[in-house]
Ligand binder design. Structure first.
Ligand SMILES: [Zn+2]
Length: 391
């Protein structure tokens, strides 16, 4: 077995660099069945600056295992918060479940890796636990069905030769996340990023969903951009096209979010969810018939023009109401879960199921929000995160 150390950049929010001496090993499954969702793909994903989670190793059916964090640093994988023992004291291992892989082989590789880590860090068999152990989450979903068998196999396993190789970290790796070519058929985070930039540059319609799949529409947008930028028009995105795109985006003035809310006709899912929350419609992020009807009721109640359209006046009223929702307390993942209207507000804005309970899903969404809004990623809604969310 070869362990390839390909660490998350130290500047990433998902690498907190908090020291740890590992006492547990936590087993996960990636839950990503897509073709190509192997260890190498996850090694790229976890290095992305906006990825809110992190773990130590990813194993697939190949001989090479990827290591993303040093074992004496904590990661965000157990979902039990910044002070949880899962995050604080355990090495996280993700097993790939991609349908073009071989799960049995991946499981065998995971066993070999765990055996190695147990010896290396003197971790007893009893402290090899499923993710479920920390939060109750159904992970690793496949292995949990036969967890005892898995442990038994681990117990009876023999040591494997392990060789560790280190990937020398590129100094500029965060500046040039895409040194490879993106073209029709490409998939992944780099494509999604490209699509978002094309939307910002006006080459893709703002209604377009950045899916991470380089489709025909994306290619058309790339060609159109290349033509304007006087580049070779081939629909393939290499370093020249990326650089030109970056240059254009730098020059574009960023509209302030407030102004945007008043003027733009098509609102983001987040805004719609919030409106739905306030007017009492089903919160699904789609401004449909039901939402329109509820908006009308709301308008009538507040003496506004009844047209079912959220224009500046109606938005002003809704926004005014939001201002009444003041920060009361820090929200975090606790046992039992915290609950309340303030949590519902947060969930409405983050697009999480609004049950008013601060569970692992809510915490995950908060972490993601924090990571993408330059906040400290701790999964806790404190005054800063709250203000950022609602102002
Ligand atoms: Zn898990």
């Amino acid at each position: 077995m070869i362990i390839k150390q390909d660490f998350i950049p130290e500047t990433n929010a998902n690498r907190p660099r908090t020291k740890m001496s590992p006492r547990f090993i936590t087993v996960h499954e990636t839950a990503n069945r897509r073709n190509g969702a192997n260890a190498q793909m996850h090694a790229r994903y976890v290095k992305n600056p906006t990825t809110p989670v992190s773990w130590h190793y990813t194993v697939d059916n190949h001989e090479m295992v990827f290591q993303h964090l040093p074992v004496d640093e904590i990661g965000w994988h157990a979902g039990d918060g910044g002070s949880g023992r899962g995050n604080r004291e355990s090495i996280g291992i993700e097993i790939c479940v991609n349908s073009d892989g071989d799960f049995i082989k991946a499981m065998e590789n995971a066993i070999a890796l765990i055996r190695f880590l147990m010896k290396e860090h003197s971790i007893p068999l009893g402290q090899v636990v499923p993710h479920q152990y920390w939060t109750g989450k159904n992970c690793p979903a496949t292995l949990l069905k036969t967890w005892d068998f898995f442990k038994e196999t681990l117990k009876n396993s023999v040591e494997t030769d392990v060789r560790i190789v280190t990937q020398i970290e590129e100094k500029n790796s965060t500046k040039h996340p895409t040194s490879f070519l993106l073209k029709k058929g490409s998939q992944g985070e780099a494509v999604r990023q490209l699509q978002e930039n094309l939307i910002k540059a006006g080459e893709l319609h703002h209604h377009f969903v950045a899916s991470g799949h380089f489709d025909l529409e994306t290619e058309r947008a790339v060609r159109s951009f290349q033509k304007k930028a006087e580049l070779k028009v081939d629909g393939i995105v290499g370093s020249h096209t990326q650089a030109a795109l970056k240059e254009i985006l730098k020059k574009q003035p960023q509209p302030t979010p407030k102004k945007q809310k008043f003027t733009k006709k098509i609102m983001s899912g987040k805004d719609v969810r919030y409106i739905q929350f306030v007017v009492g419609a089903k919160v699904d992020g789609v401004f449909g018939k039901e939402t329109k009807e509820k908006v009308k009721v709301y308008q009538k109640k507040h003496g506004l023009t009844v047209d079912g359209i959220v224009g500046p006046k109606t938005w002003g009223k809704i926004d005014q109401l939001a201002k009444k929702t003041v920060y009361k307390r820090p929200l975090s993942l606790k046992s039992p879960y915290m609950n309340g209207e303030d949590i519902k507000m947060v969930q409405a804005y983050l697009g999480v199921i609004m049950d008013g309970l601060y569970g692992p899903n809510t915490e995950r969404a908060v972490r993601h929000y924090q990571a993408t809004h330059k906040l400290v990623v701790d999964g806790i809604v404190g005054p800063k995160t709250w203000t950022q969310l609602f102002s």
